[in-house]
Design a protein around this ligand. Structure first.
Ligand code: ADP
Ligand code: MG
Length: 866
């Protein structure tokens, strides 16, 4: 340290506090980065890496960016997943004694950016905090650009599956945890596996009293209870810690954070990441594109707020029949009232992103054009409110009653803001003349001044007799008189020569300068005054920010419901009946996405009746390409659509609320992962067997495919057996398989029914009929499908010969000899396995004698249980 130059010492001092950050260190007109930061930045930003003497023997690697172009570079670094701390000179270099004082004045991280240029309109940008207290967890997350702030908690988790699913659903850009959690292997493995950008905070922020203080201070409340944070201290801690992080990064007064939304994660259907991926809810499995996803089909939203809200709804289907029916009734209303649908949509389409304009107001980056966008958006609120208040629909009436039409703010903007303002707010032309008396006086001088100049020019021409005399303006001399060379003789004495050009001379004279001073003063004053007026308007609106945000929320909700109605109408969906009797009954159901992808083949609708009793477990067979996978997903998507409150692609339907949808796709069918191994498939399967309940819907697509035929068939068989026999689970299950041997299971196990997707056979050829019918396919038609794909005839012929020989030793012949249920030996093995696991997990050195007694007691109980 001692050998370093004083400036580098200062650098090191600051860098020590910001080790995980790339430090932008302001030196004159540049932000410089040193050492590892420089190396990283030069790669990411594609800028030159140089070196600079720093006092040590070796020079310090250095890379810099000009300060005026910093935003672009910043955005590149942040998009690449880096955190950046910006260190400015905080005193005037001229006044400084010794080294100029510097300090970090701004922090930009992927989870806390607010610059609209770095954000996507239709996606929320979340930063999330997890607080762990033994097996209890609190999480809090926020989109700082829209000031959404939410929290939930988990108690007594035996496994962390639900916590993980919640975090995956939120999909944060950055995860903030306590320094002390860094060493928790279980959680860290999850964060690392999912490539989350991690930030570690001082554990002090995770102390209850500290967290509580932060919340009370920022929300200006006397107790956290008044915000509704009553049920979980873990939630309070997560909120407080997250707020302290936001405060530290933003370094502005967080006035727009007014509300913490406390939600119960079990109010929503659980969708794990495999299911979200397999069902292609918001992006396709392979290309990760929106086109081809459910979101793509359902998104007819007109506003950015609506688009973000729709995504949230799709990822969190409801579990309450009442809540679902409310949404459905509103959708039905829009569905039936064409002109209302069109009018509201027309109004919505003119509304800009109110949430992001609001945050620009808070972060002080708003300009006059944003204000105009705000004004234009507000213009339609009264109409929307009036129309929906009179709508004959209770839910819509209720939602819209919360809409503040903000006419006062509209009026202020309309009075104050110029109709065609520039981007900058320091160069005038942003405030209307009539808005302020002083401003109109100054503008008068300016217009008159220009008149005076014209008159003066005329007068001077007459006085001197020089007809080509001109009064001009430039930045160096201000106003001056220009006379061509041939007229120089006519110039009067009071002209003072200022400049000689090739064929003209330039002059000034005192009277001209007087007028000039007046005009220029007015111009300068106007710019300053307009800026001040603008800031005043901004602050007055800022005071009302919570009202704007509330209205933005209402608009988002209306927009989403309307989008459901538009899609339902355009695509000929019907309103589902929501039931709790466990039965899903779909007439002429269609796959919402496949039918929209516009292939040549017309989509063939299919029925579904599945319940929790005699028709609980579909075994669906049929050749490759018959449509099995499509059918499975169709049933899952229809269920999900009903639970988000949208109509469904069917001629009619009754949907029982399901608490989870599980989907597992056989290894070789899932190309997206790159790691399409059998192991992954089995892992996922094991999760289902552990977590499914009688209210779940399970979709299994070609499970067991990733291994040899006999292994695969055996696993598939025992999964069917386990799921269908286990009364504790009793989930509705659809299992597509090309092992037609499994059709043997109907009649052996309760609720198992065979279905197949029919094909028409004519001689050697098959045609896909796409219709699901009762019964099992007894053949796989693999050779026929191969023929359809254009495999040469001799190969097909030879394959048939081989098949014939193999069929003589058909495994079907052996099927009847397999025992129809788990034998006693297997049950014993399972029990022993359980006991051994408990022992393995035990750390003898860490248990007290009393705990040891308890564990022993428990083991004995388990061993005795039959
Ligand atoms: P499988 O899983 O049985 O191999 P898929 O479900 O992958 O078959 O479907 C194969 C093809 O058939 C897909 O390209 C799909 O677009 C089309 N398809 C599936 N079901 C239907 C249907 N009901 N109507 C029209 N085309 C369908
Ligand atoms: Mg398939």
């Amino acid at each position: 340290m001692a050998k370093l130059t004083p400036m580098m010492q200062q650098y090191m001092e600051i860098k020590k506090e910001y080790q995980d950050y790339i430090l932008f260190f302001r030196l004159g007109d540049f932000y410089e980065m040193f050492f590892d930061d420089a190396v990283t930045a030069s790669k990411v930003l594609d800028i030159t890496l140089t070196a600079r003497g720093c006092g040590l023997e070796e020079k310090a690697p250095l890379a810099g960016v000009p300060y005026h172009a910093a935003e672009g570079y910043l955005s590149k670094l942040v998009s690449a997943g880096h955190k950046v701390a910006i260190c400015e000179q905080i005193e005037d270099p001229k006044q400084a004694k010794g080294i100029v004082k510097r300090a970090v004045t701004r922090i930009v991280t992927p989870g806390t950016v607010t610059d609209p240029n770095m954000l996507k309109d239709s996606v929320n940008n979340y930063v999330l905090t997890v607080y762990q207290n033994d097996r209890h967890f609190g999480i809090a997350y926020s989109d700082i650009s829209t000031s959404e702030f939410k929290t939930t908690f988990f108690k007594n988790l035996t496994n962390l599956e639900n916590l993980y699913n919640e975090i995956l659903k939120i999909n944060p850009k950055e995860v903030v945890i306590s320094e002390s959690m860094r060493y928790d292997e279980e959680l860290m493995a999850f964060f690392i596996d999912n490539h989350y950008l991690m930030t570690y905070l001082n554990p002090i922020h995770f102390k209850f009293s500290e967290a509580e203080q932060t919340i009370k201070r920022l929300f200006k409340v006397y107790s956290t209870e008044s915000l509704g944070l009553t049920e979980s201290d873990d939630s309070v801690i997560a909120c407080g810690a997250l707020l302290s992080y936001i405060e530290e990064t933003q370094k502005v007064d967080l006035v727009h954070f007014n509300h913490i939304e406390i939600y119960k994660h079990d109010a929503y259907m659980v969708l794990d990441k495999f299911t979200r991926r397999n069902l292609e809810l918001s992006e396709t499995m392979r290309a990760h594109e929106k086109r081809g996803s459910l979101l793509w089909v359902l998104d007819k939203t007109a506003t950015a707020m609506g688009a973000r809200n729709l995504r949230k709804w799709i990822e969190a289907p409801l579990l309450s029949k009442t809540e679902i029916n409310k949404r459905l009734s509103a959708v039905e209303y829009f569905y039936e009232n064409i002109s209302m649908r069109q009018d509201i949509n027309e109004y919505l389409s003119r509304i800009y992103d109110l949430e992001r304009i609001s945050s620009k107001l808070v972060y002080g980056t708003v300009n006059a054009r944003d204000m105009l966008s705000l004004k234009q958006s507000l213009m339609y609120l009264p109409n929307i409110k009036r129309m929906l208040m009179s709508a004959e629909n209770e839910h819509l009436n209720h939602i819209i009653s919360e809409l503040d039409d903000l006419t006062d703010i509209y009026k202020l903007l309309d009075d104050a803001i110029h109709e065609d303002p520039p981007i900058t707010i320091r160069e005038g032309k942003i405030i209307k003349t009539a808005y302020n008396e002083e401003l109109s006086e100054l503008r008068d001088i300016l217009t008159n001044g220009k008149d005076w100049i014209v008159k003066l020019e005329q007068a001077e021409r007459e006085k001197t007799g020089i007809n080509s005399l001109k009064i001009k303006f430039n930045k160096v001399f201000g106003y001056f008189i220009e006379v061509t060379k041939k007229n120089v003789d006519l110039v009067p004495e009071n002209y003072i020569r200022k400049q000689t050009l090739a064929n003209a001379e330039r002059y000034i004279y005192p009277e001209l300068k007087d007028i000039e001073t007046k005009i220029l003063n007015a111009e300068e004053k106007i710019n300053v005054l307009e800026y001040d007026l603008f800031i005043d308007v901004k602050n007055r609106i800022l005071d009302q920010i919570l009202r704007i945000k509330k209205s933005a929320q209402v608009i988002a909700e209306i927009d989403t419901l309307l989008s459901f109605a538009i899609v339902s109408y355009n695509n000929d969906y019907t309103k589902p009946e929501i039931s709790t009797d466990g039965e899903i009954m779909i007439e002429n159901g269609r796959h919402p996405v496949v039918e929209q992808l516009g292939t040549e083949e017309l989509f063939v609708p299919n029925d579904t009746i599945i319940n929790q009793t005699d028709n609980r477990f579909y075994i669906i067979t049929g050749p490759n390409m018959a449509g099995k996978s499509t059918y499975l997903r169709q049933v899952a998507l229809i269920t999900l659509m009903a639970q988000i409150g949208c109509f469904i692609p069917a001629s009619s339907g009754k949907v029982a609320i399901v608490d989870r949808i599980f989907t597992r796709v056989g290894a070789s069918d899932d190309l997206s992962q790159g790691q399409s191994t059998f192991m992954v498939e089995m892992n996922e399967l094991s999760n289902i067997l552990h977590n499914a309940t009688e209210h779940s819907l399970i979709i299994l697509d070609e499970i067991g495919r990733g291994t040899s035929t006999y292994d695969g068939l055996s696993i598939a068989w025992s999964v069917v057996e386990f799921l269908s026999q286990n009364e504790e689970i009793g989930a509705k299950t659809l299992f597509a398989t090309h092992y037609h041997e499994l059709t043997e299971l109907e009649g052996r196990f309760p609720g198992v029914k065979n279905y197949c997707i029919s094909v028409k056979e004519s001689g050697d050829d098959i045609t896909f009929l796409r219709k699901i019918i009762r019964g099992g396919a007894n053949r796989s038609y693999g050779i026929q499908v191969a023929k359809l794909a254009g495999i040469p005839d001799p190969v097909i012929a030879r394959a048939k010969e081989i098949l014939k020989q193999l069929e003589e030793h058909d495994i079907n012949n052996n099927i009847s000899s397999i025992h129809s249920s788990m034998d006693v030996k297997t049950q014993v093995v399972m029990k022993e396995h359980e006991v051994v696991n408990i022992l393995k997990d035990m750390d003898v050195m860490k248990v007290t004698p009393l705990e040891a007694m308890n564990i022993l007691y428990d083991l004995v109980e388990r061993a005795k249980k039959d």
